[in-house]
Design a binder for this molecule. Sequence first.
Ligand SMILES: [Ca+2]
Length: 242
Amino acid sequence: MTLGDCGGVSATINEVKKQVRKSLGCGMSYFNFRNELHLDYVQYSGTLPLLTSFSACVWFQLASSTTNEQGSILSYCVPGAPFCNTILVWVENSMTMVVYLNDHQHRFSDVPSMDGRSHACIVLSSEDMLLHFYLNGTEQADAVSSNHSVPADGVLILGQDQDGSVDGTNPGAPQEDADRFYGTLEDFHIWRRALNPKEIRDLHAFGCTCPSDAIVTFSESNTIIHGEVVQNWEYPCHPNDS
Ligand SMILES: [Ca+2]
């Protein structure tokens, strides 16, 4: 077998893996935020509908840092909204995740360490009016959410917040290095409903199987890379192997 053949076989295997994964409902994406700069972030070019329930899930790994580990996993800015972090999922440190929803802060602290490769889901449910935080397949905490309506047509970004756009007139314009995410994000998805506990357990346990009705899945065609974020669209299936 020649080297060229090896490359061909490898490409075919990757294509098969891609197709298998797609058939299981899991688009694959991998982003490595290597720099601690506001210039590095990932933007979704698609649009989102009005959300009264949603689930946002991602695998993440914080890069080791001598200073701190804080940073924005995702932000969603609706033009005209005050402070323009209509949704913000923020790692404060390896034991604390903070979620802003319509500018209301929900703090989930004293959770098991998020130092290793971890799987997080933020679930807003219009049935119980709660915001739920799951880590590695298990619900850690919930919080009462007073405002359950997330407006449509915002700007979705991974790796930075958007409160640099104070009045929402310039969404998608991160400005602060301190708010960057430093590490890797894999397989980010949003569903327009509250996933049930078993679905989230399975997401964590079987990394390649996803409920097929996600409304946001990053792909090469809907992703705008800013700065030097490394992207990989053929990242292998990674179930709970950290
Ligand atoms: Ca900011």
